[in-house]
Design a protein around this ligand. Structure first.
Ligand code: SF4
Length: 334
């Protein structure tokens, strides 16, 4: 999987670093002083992730838990994301990571205890009358490599007894190996991003097929793990409505609408930089088949009437299947 593994000298003795180094014994390990000395110093083309991917292991410095932008999660509660990893083994053609870092190399941060300490302070500051939400998976997929990074038990132990905090693990993977061995907790929600199977094939390169993700959701649901859904990013195609009808019909065969905690809907959107990168990296992506404009917040999107039609169409299908309206929310929309 990796060409080389770079590890920070100070992180070497950490059991998490040792576990990863032992797991990948056969490839060169290189000791470094700080990740920032090498990672992203020289711009590495995004698509080199296909042939030349390195891994960095170290400690994240600075702020580890940050407030999310507005309209990120269910409204009314404070939302935060935390940074425990950079980059991803998958290759969705719309992924914003392609314009975000100067390198597609993976970074694992191992100082989870410090992340948890920041969370503890935030929960204390917000008080018990508010639910503080913490989202994993902002700069990476939160489950894809969880069997290697090994941090989930720590977060489960921390969140399990908290009444005023929730953890969301966002994923496009079906890697539920770790979760299967953890006792579910009502406030730890595994949220799956789904698209119709044709769209997964067109856009979500290297991710597990729809059926595999649905089976993973079903398994976790049966084990008692709370499940949520992100229908995001929604991308237009000719048979848009029938593709979503078919996907949601399959979904609700695996998991009943009442068992889903919430469903977020978000139409594909890009910052200017990511959009330019995407045009360069994926010039024949079907995203380019519809007109995109600079919208209310400077991001590149479909025109407003089209976005509203797409969101309403999917919302109506969900309502027809019995999803309660209060469980549906729009992500990053006006
Ligand atoms: S799964 Fe998420 S982080 Fe990974 S490539 Fe796709 S969009 Fe990017």
């Amino acid at each position: 999987m990796f060409e080389k593994i770079f590890y920070e000298k100070d992180a070497f003795s950490n059991p998490r670093t040792q576990y990863v180094l032992n797991k990948f014994k056969g490839i060169p390990h290189v000791e470094i002083s700080k990740i920032e000395d090498i990672f992203g110093r020289v711009k590495k083309p995004y698509l080199q992730k296909r042939t030349n991917l390195n891994l960095f292991i170290g400690e994240k410095k600075g702020q580890l838990v940050k407030e999310t932008p507005n309209a990120y999660g269910l409204s009314g509660d404070p939302h935060y994301y935390f940074i425990h990893s950079y980059n991803c083994i998958y290759e969705c053609d719309y992924c914003y990571l392609q314009g975000y870092f100067h390198s597609p190399d993976l970074v694992f941060f191992i100082n989870h205890e410090e992340i948890i300490e920041e969370m503890r302070q935030i929960i204390k500051k917000n008080g018990s009358h508010k639910t503080s939400w913490f989202h994993a998976g902002e700069y990476s997929d939160s489950l894809a490599l969880s069997h290697i990074t090994g941090e989930l038990p720590l977060y489960f132990d921390f969140f399990r007894d908290l009444k005023s905090a929730k953890l969301e693990l966002r994923t496009k993977s079906a890697n539920i190996k770790e979760l299967k061995s953890l006792r579910p907790s009502k406030n730890i929600i595994v949220s799956f991003s789904l698209s119709p199977k044709e769209q997964i094939k067109d856009h979500d390169l290297k991710t597990p097929p729809l059926e595999t993700r649905l089976k993973a959701m079903e398994t976790l649901d049966k084990l008692g793990h709370p499940i949520a859904l992100h229908l995001d990013p929604i991308i237009f195609c000719d048979d848009f409505k029938s593709q979503y009808e078919e996907m949601l019909e399959s979904l609700f065969k695996y998991i009943s609408p009442e068992r889903i905690e919430y469903i977020s809907l978000g139409v594909v959107r890009f910052t200017k930089d990511v959009y330019n990168q995407m045009k360069k990296n994926y010039p024949s992506s079907k995203v380019h088949q519809s007109e995109l404009i600079k919208s209310f917040d400077g991001k590149v999107r479909y025109m407003r009437p089209m976005r509203l039609w797409m969101l309403q169409t999917i919302k109506n299908i969900c309502l027809l299947y019995g999803v309660k309206e209060e469980k549906l929310y729009l992500c990053m929309e006006e």
